[in-house]
Design a protein around this ligand. Sequence first.
Ligand code: ADP
Length: 490
Amino acid sequence: MSDYILVLDEGTTSTRAMLFAADGVLVASSQAPLTQHYPRAGWVEHDPQEIWDKTLACAREVIPRVGGAAMIACIGITNQRETVVAWDKASGAPLTHAIVWQDRRTEPLCAALREAGEEEAIAARTGLRLDPYFSATKMRWMLENVPEVHAAAERGTLALGTVESWLVFKLTGGAAHVSDASNASRTLLMGLEDAQFDEGLCELFGVPRAALPGVTDMAGPLGLTDKALFGRAIPITGLAGDQQAATIGQACLAPGQTKATYGTGAFVLTCQGSRIPRSTNRLLGTVLTQIDGQRSYAIEGSVFVAGSLIQWLRDSLGIVAVAEETEALARSIPDSGGVVIVPALAGLGAPHWQPQARGVIAGLSFASGKAELARAALEAMAHQTHDLAAAFAADGAPWQALRIDGGMAANDWMAQDLADILGLPVERPAFVETTALGAAMLAASGAGLYPDLPAAAEAMRGALTRFEPAMTDDVRAARLTMWRKALAAA
Ligand code: ADP
């Protein structure tokens, strides 16, 4: 019986192929690091050929471990969002390096559009802000600066797409040039209402509509792999950008349900159901799911510095040898002794949006030592999340509980502190690879292994550990007062 789900997880720093059983248990996995290219300050690139070669190699490595391609029911893909690939439809070859989501080279183009007064209309149509982070200005940059891309556009053979689009094109032997609605919603070229690439936006950003993929559902029959690749045509039945996949993997599919991923930074998404998010608090609106043409949306907010603050304590200050030590240090003292850290080491993200802000360590005394700093660093995660919760609530998306994942979520002390400061239950799944699991859920439901996505999510998600709020109101209020004072200084 072919009942395994192959997930291709195309991250920023690595490519992975993972095999899940239909009940959501991970049975095999293979990983390869991706070369990061930094041609200039602020520029970040990947080689699309390397992405494809390593994806194929990882898939070919895991498939035999369950008995070969006959055992694979379907494929789900999840990927780093916003990153742009340009290739030639006729030859199937990349035309230049991919411009990665972190790349800031298009800041001047964004600034010019902002000055032209375009931002509010664009935000209303797309749910996004005018920032180099998103795909449209990266596409325009390639068209203007890479002669091969320009020439392919003239010939009519140019294909532009995000990473899932590139992988589906290669996997189907060039048969499909598609992008799923969650990835398309990160380009600045898609209207949230109809989930189609928009002529007006394409014109504004100078991107030829003809070079863009067709926008598809995120689950269902989305393509068949070229028989030559794995010896059998395997259906591709799930596609999602990484943060949407993690939200699905946490089974946040009903309005108000919220997940927070604490990795290098922190990404928070709250499901909005069929209501199109309209933020007045500088949060983003994005597609969460599209199945049978029916969409659900999410509000998204991100914090730039989360786990990277712990890395800084480790690598720059040498306060801990490994990140896990912060937990014992935090537990070794009753409070931070008045020390508050504002982790604006790379500016402040949502809901403050102060790219020029810089970090602050407030309240130092001779009694402040390693433990106080480590504890204050972990406390900063709850403080930042608290401010996001307030912004989400002001946008009409209050949280009922918070489901957490990512490397930092392993820290029990931080999980409890989050529950205490938010005054909400915090839930953590035993299996924390929620991004890959979400892609597996989509693929499983798209292949008909389950009647629908909620059924797949229910069957495939694992056990949860729950942290209940236990802090008194006085202590919580005192913590937040100190945080606000320090924040003002940043
Ligand atoms: P990413 O996917 O962004 O690379 P991960 O989800 O792998 O990140 O999380 C790694 C981050 O989490 C690192 O920045 C590390 O400092 C932090 N981290 C990992 N374990 C812990 C822990 N037990 N306590 C605090 N921080 C941790």
